[in-house]
Design a protein around this ligand. Structure first.
Ligand code: FE2
Ligand code: FE2
Length: 188
């Protein structure tokens, strides 16, 4: 029996074989030939199509606000979102999904508080609009978290797409606006 697991870094060819494939190969080689030497010494060539598990969202320079401390927090949010996506695609249970979602919501609050502290400290002129955007995003995430907890909403690709847009758009369109101002004030 040959099976391709949904696990990110592994394929399984039977109970006899377990082969781990580095993520770099996963991402550039969706199809390849694999030679397997059986107990009998016979070489069998298997043409396996590996299901590459991609991240939901990749951190790229285009998301940078030019401030390392903020970029690092955004990267952590991206990591948490990818962790939630991986857990969903691997079919993890609602308790695990709920815990990761909780981590994402909590870290989002921490991150928004960091930005708002900088706004207050340096008197960022557009802070009121930005802070109201944070409130809308937090309320949406908390509502989704409550619906997930009550079973009203299941973690799905649509929900993940919503969270991806939720994070991506805020960083790309709102956070980037304060980059030059905070940099001029010496924030690194
Ligand atoms: Fe941000
Ligand atoms: Fe923000």
């Amino acid at each position: 029996m040959i099976g391709v697991s949904t696990h990110r870094f592994a394929i399984f060819t039977s109970r006899l074989f377990r082969l781990y494939i580095p993520s770099e190969i996963f991402s550039i080689m969706p199809k390849y030939f694999l030679a397997v030497e059986c107990d009998s010494g016979l070489n069998i060539f298997l043409n396996l199509e590996v299901i590459a598990m991609k991240n939901l969202i990749d951190w790229t320079a285009s998301l940078s606000v030019g401030i390392d401390s903020i970029d690092n927090q955004h990267k952590k949010l991206v990591d948490l979102l990818n962790k939630l996506y991986a857990a969903m695609t691997e079919g993890k249970g609602s308790e695990i999904l709920g815990n990761i979602f909780g981590d994402l919501v909590n870290y989002t609050k921490t991150h928004f508080a960091t930005e708002e502290q900088y706004f207050a400290k340096y008197k960022y002129p557009d802070s009121a609009k930005h802070i109201s955007e944070h409130k809308i995003l937090t309320d949406k995430a908390k509502a989704l978290q409550a619906d997930f907890k009550s079973g009203k909403v299941a973690m799905s690709r649509e929900v993940m797409q919503f969270l991806k847009d939720w994070l991506n758009n805020h960083i790309a369109f709102e956070d980037k606006k304060y980059g030059p101002f905070l940099r001029e004030n010496g924030v690194k």
